[in-house]
Design a binder for this molecule. Structure first.
Ligand SMILES: Cc1ncc(COP(=O)(O)O)c(C=O)c1O
Length: 442
């Protein structure tokens, strides 16, 4: 029987078909794996089975969106019932109110809600809301913070070393980003309240929004310090800007979200991923005061919001069941599995002698193939050789039956048990023993 990455595997065949219709053969960057992706056939609980019949523990969970793993029976039952009643209507439904009510119950700062189809779209709407509310054009974001694929939110996501300045300058991500756009994004280093204060105060009359992820993925899920979170809150209030917390991934950290865990009080919060129960989703929640920019009853709203599939009943149903199932006890359980994975991987690094470390918080972790202390974007950055080592580790883990991302990220689900974590840590240790050491910093 063929297995990935054999030349006669089904994955290879599908990749060749994909090459004819997609640039680079794929339609989304994240699943890329050398020499070609593993094509999935079935997902069940904590495992995915590929088109050649190989099962693997899925530590990706569609990039953090499946908190209960694949094909959860309660979610399937609920969406199956909805499926035969219709998948999308123009008119509103009861379930869209139920999911919004659940979010308002759980999230301290959520008074009003709007749904979209992705986290990117919700970040875009948050920025538009802040501009409309304040009448100011610019935003502030953290260097290396990923907030989806809106041009403004992508600024300085992946600044090359040669362009490092202090304070960080705004650097476009996709080629061709207009220089004019960069003038409306100010960039600050993570967990550095002094630099943040000087950048923000210097441009106070232009800044409409301060955008923060409390545990940014590109920064190894390093948690925000209480000092930094409080200073951004105070600065937003001082200059009259809207403070936006992006919890698209980090909502999973606490029953009340990252803001509960870290004591952050945003005006607007962006959600996505797990609140759609495996279906496409994004949401913006926040104070009535700011969210009224979307209210049409005043005539033309300051920010008109639509979206053909926004709040469709399939997503709303899956999201509602997902959140009902996600009790505080289950959140604590996956956070404990997160502690187990970080402890196990730390042991794997020590016993294998490979120069690396694991970072992360709650049910999120990141394997780092260098040993420098990680505290912001620049410090977590991998050299080309270190990144190549991580991608090789990813490939070796796939061969042993585990999926992590090419950047070393993993996200746990409630479908996993302690034995899954032990197996993963043991396999990683075996891989690390065989993995050539990258030359530090090269
Ligand atoms: C923190 C954060 N914000 C926004 C997004 C964008 O969400 P989506 O991929 O649903 O557009 C992501 C996606 O990974 C994210 O991690």
């Amino acid at each position: 029987m063929a297995i990935w990455p054999d030349e006669d595997s089904q994955s290879k065949r599908l990749y060749e078909r994909g090459l004819k219709v997609y640039p680079g053969g794929i339609t989304r960057l994240v699943p890329w794996l050398e020499p070609f992706p593993v094509y999935t056939k079935i997902g069940k609980g904590a495992y995915v089975t590929d088109v050649d019949g190989t099962s693997r523990l899925d530590l990706l969970n569609n990039f953090a969106s499946l908190i209960h793993g694949h094909a959860n029976p309660a979610i399937i039952e609920a969406v199956s019932k909805q499926l035969v009643l219709g998948t999308a209507y123009t008119n509103p439904t009861e379930v869209e109110i139920e999911l919004a009510e659940l979010l308002c119950d759980r999230i301290d700062t959520a008074e009003n809600v709007r749904f979209s189809n992705s986290g990117s779209e919700a970040v875009m709407s948050a920025i538009k809301a802040a501009r409309a509310y304040t009448g100011r054009p610019a935003i502030v974001k953290v260097e290396g913070g990923y907030h989806g694929s809106y041009d403004y939110a992508e600024v300085s996501l992946d600044t090359p070393k040669e362009q490092f300045t202090t304070p960080p300058k705004s650097v476009g991500y996709a080629a061709g980003v207009p220089d004019r756009l960069l003038e409306d994004v100010y960039v600050i280093p993570f967990n550095d309240p002094e630099t943040a204060a000087s950048v923000i105060r210097a441009h106070r009359d232009r800044i409409g929004a301060i955008l923060l992820d409390a545990a940014p993925s590109y920064l190894g899920f390093t948690p925000v310090s209480s000092e930094f979170a409080a200073s951004l809150r105070d600065l937003a209030t001082e200059i009259g800007a809207v403070f936006i917390l992006d919890e698209v991934i980090s909502f999973r950290l606490d029953h009340g979200g990252a803001q509960k865990k870290f004591g952050v009080k945003p005006d607007l919060t962006v959600l996505g991923k797990i609140i759609g129960g495996g279906f496409p989703v994004g949401a913006l929640v926040g104070s009535k005061e700011v969210m009224q920019v979307f209210d049409h009853r005043v005539g033309r709203p300051l920010v008109p919001w639509s979206g053909t599939f926004s709040a469709n009943p399939m997503t709303m149903t899956a999201g509602k069941v997902t959140l009902e199932l996600l009790t505080p006890e289950l959140v604590a359980h996956i956070n404990m599995l997160g502690d187990q994975v970080r402890a196990g991987l730390t042991r794997a690094f020590v016993s294998s002698g490979f120069p690396g470390q694991v970072t992360g918080v709650g049910s999120m972790f990141k394997i780092i193939t260098h040993q420098r202390p990680v505290y912001d974007y620049r410090s977590q950055r991998h050299s080309p050789a270190e990144s190549a080592a991580m991608m090789e580790l990813q490939r070796m883990l796939v061969l042993k039956g585990f999926h992590v991302s090419g950047a070393g990220m993993g996200f746990l689900s409630t479908a996993m048990v302690a034995q899954d974590i032990d197996n993963f840590c043991a396999a990683t240790e075996e891989c690390l023993r065989q993995l050539p050491h990258p030359e530090s910093g090269k």
